[in-house]
Design a protein. Structure first.
Length: 102
DNA sequence: ATGCGAAGTCGTCATTAAGA
DNA sequence: TCTTAATGACGACTTCGCAT
């Protein structure tokens, strides 16, 4: 995992896909929808809203996952360091004990 | 310079778990 | 039971490093 904070590449500029249609006016209450045309528009609007929410949820989910992995990596580093220290300490104590025993 | 494979990123779909 | 947020899986795309 290299670039946690890497510069944002030109990358993102790919999907003109969705950005919720500009003037998404909150549709009238369901009761006032009549024509098939209106129903279709409402369905489209709902779908776009759902996709947008899920897109953001996916981003957030990935962000949290990255953060979690980073935490784990930090913890590994700390534990490895502690382990190293303890091994050194043990070695020193063994030496001390051996020399005393002679 | 360029072609290629690996790794990273994103959006979408399907599924699941939790709350109303 | 229905709704919704979270997450895994997948395909499309970009970026990077290396060999030629």
């Amino acid at each position: 995992m290299a670039a946690a904070t890497g510069d944002m590449p030109t990358y993102q500029i790919r999907a003109p896909t969705t950005a919720l249609p500009q003037g998404v006016v909150m549709a009238a209450s369901p009761g006032s929808l009549h024509s098939p045309q209106q129903l279709a528009e409402e369905a489209t609007r709902k779908r776009e809203l759902r996709l947008m929410k899920n897109r953001e949820a996916a981003r957030e989910c990935r962000r949290k996952k990255k953060e979690y992995v980073k935490c784990l990596e930090n913890r590994v580093a700390v534990l490895e360091s502690q382990n190293k220290t303890l091994i050194e300490e043990l070695k020193a104590l063994k030496d001390l004990y051996c020399h005393k025993a002679e």
